[in-house]
Ligand binder design. Structure first.
Ligand code: BV8
Ligand code: ZN
Length: 240
């Protein structure tokens, strides 16, 4: 694939690399995407469950969904694509992974500079005392889980639709994107904002854009190069 060698050449000559990943980055680890056919749980649309209103209306149902996702992710592992991104750091590039995913697979693959702009399945926040707790227990005993300190209900430590992104994470993402020489856009449909805005921002600041996705997306028009394929297949080849 000539574009693969072109992409490899651009990668080799880029010191500061930013990687924006979406649900498609975790697909080959067996984590369902949001919009693919396999993305549904009990026939609910994730867009209907990942909202403050859904949690207020039925916290147990929303927790069942997150508990199911936590168990599923706990049983998977990073794939060769995640590992290839971690390896990129070892080759001397300054790599910042800005992920929309909440599964923690980039951390488990060994990437050091990961910005989780939509939070994490493994974090919980108390709706009472606002304490942030890390909890990696895949199957929670009681749903909804309660705060050990104040007894109030815990919520998943993720950003729901209609909620602001964590300010420090978003600021760090903007800064890294402005400095990027190369932006890899991997496994995202580019339909969620403000994450998708990072792509035009990188372009405005002179970065080269490479999209890795089996399908066309609204972001494809902004890419200097599109590699039509799966992350787990193309990223190791790109690293070679
Ligand atoms: C915000 C955490 C300011 C939770 C997620 C009206 C009212 C309020 C807000 C809005 C509104 N209208 C629009 C908005 C903005 C809204 C938004 O963007 N809505 C969309 C639906 C239009 N955004 C927000 O609300 C954000 N906050 O704007 O704050 C504000 C505040 C108040 C009021 C207004 C504004 C917060 C957004 C964060 C939501 N939380 N996740 C959880 O995970 O449970 S988003 C969630 O969905 C994921 O994190 C992910 O980001 C997104 C799914 O998108 P993708 O990652 O792109 O995945 P998708 O399935 O779509 O696509 C997969 C892709 O992979 C495909 O292209 C496929 O081809 C490809 N693929 C498949 N296999 C592979 C592959 N690629 C490579 N290899 C493969 N093997
Ligand atoms: Zn509490």
């Amino acid at each position: 694939m000539p574009s693969l060698s072109q992409a490899a050449a651009w990668l080799a000559s880029s010191e500061r690399v930013v990687v924006l990943t979406g649900a498609g980055m975790s697909a080959e680890s067996g984590v369902p995407t949001f919009r693919g056919l396999d993305g549904l749980w009990r026939n609910y649309n994730p867009l209907d469950l990942a909202t403050p209103a859904a949690f207020a209306a039925n916290p147990t149902l929303v927790w069942e969904w997150y508990d199911w996702r936590r168990s599923l992710v706990a049983a998977t592992r990073p794939h060769a694509g995640h590992l290839a991104l971690a390896q990129l750091e070892l080759l001397g590039h300054q790599v910042t992974v800005i992920t929309q995913n909440v599964d923690g697979l980039h951390h488990r693959a060994g990437s050091h500079h990961v910005i989780e702009i939509h939070g994490s399945l493994w974090r919980m926040i108390c709706t009472g005392c606002q304490q942030l707790q890390l909890n990696r227990q895949p199957r929670l005993r009681t749903l909804p889980p309660l705060c050990a300190d104040c007894g109030k209900m815990l919520r998943p430590g993720v950003v729901w639709f209609g909620e602001n992104l964590p300010p420090l994470a978003w600021e760090a993402s903007l800064e890294a994107t402005r400095e990027a020489a190369l932006l890899l856009v991997i496994g995202t449909s580019g339909t969620v904002y403000p994450a998708a805005d990072l792509v035009p921002l990188a372009r405005q600041n002179g970065a080269r854009i490479i999209e890795i996705n089996p399908d066309d997306t609204p972001l494809s028009a902004l890419a200097d190069l599109t590699l039509r394929g799966a992350a787990g297949d193309l990223l190791p080849k790109l690293l070679q």
